[in-house]
Structure formats: structure tokens, C-alpha cells
Design a protein around this ligand. Structure first.
Ligand code: ZN
Length: 105
């Protein structure tokens, strides 16, 4: 059963592919200067996204994470909303769960 959907738009119109819980979904956007890859996968019932830089024909930045966390944008730990992804920070957590702010403040 499809859980994920990838769509692309280019010179020859639009195309799409479905992904299941078992297969996940990978979408690559490449240029001669590098690549951005998006992976969608399921973990403990939560749809997760991993967005990272990758090399393309020897150009670009190798596997540097831009965002990893719930595709909803929620905190990966408490599932609270309103997480602002931090580049290179790994799995996205809210300010409270990342220890940068107490609940009271
Ligand atoms: Zn949190």
C-alpha cells in the first residue's frame, strides 16, 4: 500500500512514483554542481524525512544533513509542533527537547 508520493516536474512534464512503508521513497534533485536528496521512511508509525546534500558526478557536498525528522515538521521526541529545522543539526527536536530552553521560559 502506498504511503509516500514523489512528483517531479521538468522539460517533459510531470512524473510521479509511489512508495510503501517497506520501500520508502527517495527523490534526487541533481545539477552539475551537486545534488539534494530527500528520503521518506517510516519509523514507529511516524513518517520521517531525511534531506541531505550528496555528490553528483564528483561535484557537491557529500552526505551533509540539512534536515532529519518527522515529515510533519513536529519535534522527533515529544511530537510537538513548530520545530524550526537547524541545518546540520541531525534529527529535529524542539527547543525544550534539545535542552536549549526550559518549559518555563
Ligand atoms: Zn520536543
Amino acid at each position: 500500500m502506498a504511503r509516500f508520493l514523489g512528483t517531479i516536474q521538468g522539460q517533459r512534464g510531470e512524473a510521479s512514483r509511489l512508495g510503501s512503508k517497506a520501500s520508502g521513497l527517495r527523490v534526487d534533485a541533481s545539477s552539475w554542481q551537486g545534488r539534494i536528496s530527500v528520503f521518506l521512511y517510516e519509523r514507529n508509525g511516524v513518517d520521517m524525512a531525511l534531506v541531505r546534500f550528496e555528490m553528483h558526478h564528483g561535484k557537491g557536498t557529500d552526505r551533509k544533513i540539512i534536515y532529519e525528522g518527522p515529515v510533519s515538521g513536529a519535534c522527533a521526541e515529544c511530537r510537538g509542533t513548530g520545530v524550526v529545522p537547524i541545518i546540520g543539526a541531525g534529527v529535529a527536536r524542539c527547543a525544550v527537547c534539545s535542552g536549549k530552553r526550559s518549559i518555563a521560559s
